[in-house]
Design a protein around this ligand. Structure first.
Ligand code: HEM
Length: 75
């Protein structure tokens, strides 16, 4: 998956945009509320691995599920 993503510049801020859009998409698609936390807890750490143009040695920002804004539950 890293190789597949290498042609695209993914820096720390691109990761944050991507995570924001994932969160938004889960809202827009009625992503199962039962699976949301588990999926997020897989994707959020995975997103760290997709960053292929680091611009800082600082620790990346972690987006814990518990700290994410409430998502309205359409279920
Ligand atoms: C941190 C940011 C990103 C993460 C965590 C991420 C994660 C993923 C994941 C999990 C898949 C597999 C989806 C599936 O098959 O079910 C995927 C596929 C893909 N992503 Fe990303 N992505 C990120 C950023 C980007 C960006 C910035 C681009 C391009 C501008 C991109 C282009 C693609 C493409 C073309 C595929 C299809 C790969 C294939 O099927 O061979 N991704 N990505």
């Amino acid at each position: 998956m890293r190789t597949r993503h290498f042609p695209f510049t993914i820096d720390e801020s691109a990761r944050e945009v991507w995570l924001t859009l994932l969160w938004q998409a889960m809202q827009d698609t009625d992503f199962s509320s039962a699976a949301r936390e588990e999926y997020w807890n897989w994707m959020e750490p995975f997103s760290l691995r997709m960053v292929n143009r680091r611009t800082t040695k600082a620790q990346p920002v972690r987006w814990a599920f518990a700290d994410m804004p409430a998502v309205s539950d359409h279920a």
